[in-house]
Design a protein. Structure first.
Length: 467
């Protein structure tokens, strides 16, 4: 078995198939595993994530994957999500004593950045989601409808749109409301906030992202497999409607009984020859799936400027500030006794792609100083900006029609990636789901079916009674 791609989709495929008894040979073009969810080391020894990645309590397959590779203990979970507006007003999302779906009622009622009119309109839309158990009738509109249109139909106030719906969904889906299929947005609120008391709990890696994958290589190798880095696939050989091999640099060709291609959809489109597109029409549609950017900004201050583990900012370019010093503890390679390292995240950062890095640093520093008074007196020791122009696929309305299944019409060829048909948007959970589905497809085709996909977090409390 050959797996092409060492991101979460490829790793989850490889780990699952290795567990099922297959000898897995994984090939990754980069010198490290993790794909877009990884980290690297600066010259001074500090570890920097290419972008902050988090999980939620409703991400059952990602949790299962971390358990399989021994990384479950490297995730810190938090029950309180803090929000702050430019006026210094704060609000928190936190479960109280009531059962789902009313567990957030107390924190919602006291959420200072929202007015009473905002809260009434939000409650009205939430009730609609609750009645439909995450699926309202207008989500079945041919071609899909945007999340913005869905919200306008439910008469959301301007404050509710900007300070609630947009804040949560742009971060979760990496796209603006008018370019997001409403099905994904509604699903986020049903699975994370309404159906189960623990679905919203946020898990943040307590180590640099690359360290989450240490167990993946070991899992495959101890079962006779291998992990090959710096090995980009250059071509796919097709003979008699089946994959006959994968070509690498130097004329090297590798063959196997089955092949899983776990690449970004743009890379897969480039590898797909006209013959492959004829045999598997879904490959010809990959160019219709758009991409969305994420920008990460990293600040190192000479003193502590923030005590919370993370905070969400409202009405600013900066969306999240993560206190990496507190989250990492002693895991950061620099091991400095004082000072503080913060990472800022801006999802759907289209406006920043063409801006110079110094302009982005100046903009974000001003916002950090406004949000964190202690930062006004602190000295910024260094800063860096990481732009991921194609961080995720864009969850545009109707995008599911272009997302292929994991099993293809080309013999011995399977696909994995968050962009494949998983039922989820572009998340780490979606990537792992695709890997498990690809592994199941391989085993099913081989006549040795086995299930890896985990069920969604079940509704609890009163949400479980809804019919």
């Amino acid at each position: 078995m050959i797996v092409i791609g060492g991101g979460l989709a490829g790793l989850s495929t490889g780990v699952a198939l290795a567990e099922a008894g297959w000898r897995v040979r994984l090939f990754e073009q980069r010198p490290f595993l993790g794909g877009r969810a990884t980290s690297y080391v600066l010259p001074d020894g500090e570890h920097v994530d290419n972008c902050q990645h988090v999980t939620l309590g409703c991400c059952t397959n990602l949790e299962d994957f971390y358990r399989r590779v021994g990384s479950a203990g490297k995730i810190k979970f938090f029950d309180r999500l803090l929000f702050q507006d430019p006026q210094g007003r704060t609000g928190a999302m936190q479960a109280g004593f009531l059962p789902a779906p009313f567990h957030m009622t107390g924190s919602f009622a006291t959420f200072a950045p929202l007015t009473l009119a905002d809260k009434r309109s939000i409650a009205r839309a939430m009730l609609d989601i609750l009645r439909g158990k995450g699926h309202t009738a207008d989500l079945d509109t041919p071609g899909g409808i945007s999340m913005l249109e869905w919200l306008k139909r439910r008469r959301q106030t301007a404050g509710a749109l900007e300070r609630f719906w947009r804040v949560v969904l742009v971060s979760a889906l990496d796209e603006e409301l008018d370019r997001t299929d409403a099905r994904f947005g509604v699903d986020v609120f049903w699975k994370a906030f309404l159906s189960n008391r623990s679905g919203y709990r946020m898990g943040v890696p307590a180590v640099p992202l690359a360290e989450l994958y240490d167990g993946c290589k070991a899992e495959m190798e101890k079962r006779g497999g291998e992990v090959n880095l710096r090995m980009p696939a250059r071509a796919i050989r097709i003979e008699n409607g089946a994959v006959a091999g994968v070509a690498f640099d130097g004329g090297r060709v590798e063959t196997a009984d089955a092949y899983v291609f776990a690449l970004p959809h743009q890379a897969m489109a480039e590898l797909a020859s006209e013959e492959m597109q004829r045999l598997e029409p879904g490959l010809a549609q990959l160019g219709k799936i758009g991409v969305a950017p994420i920008t990460g900004v990293h600040f190192w201050f000479d003193r502590e400027v923030m005590r919370e583990p993370f905070v969400t900012l409202l009405d600013t370019t900066t969306q999240w500030i993560f206190n990496k010093t507190a989250l990492y503890g002693s895991a950061n390679g620099a091991g400095k006794a004082q000072g503080q390292y913060l990472q800022l995240v801006i999802s759907a950062s289209y406006d920043l792609l063409q801006k110079p890095r110094q302009e982005i640093i100046d903009l974000c520093l001003k916002e950090v100083q406004q949000a964190l008074p202690a930062a006004r007196e602190a000295k910024l020791l260094k800063a860096t900006v990481i732009k991921e122009a194609a961080a995720t696929f864009s969850p545009q309305p109707g995008v599911d029609r272009w997302r292929p299944k994991q099993e293809t019409r080309i013999q011995r060829m399977f696909l994995a990636g968050d962009w494949t048909d998983t039922g989820w948007p572009a998340t780490m959970e979606g990537a792992v789901r695709s890997g498990y589905l690809a592994a199941e497809a391989v085993l099913r085709k081989a006549g040795t079916p086995r299930a890896f996909l985990q069920a969604d977090l079940p509704p609890d409390g009163f949400s479980a009674w809804i019919r």
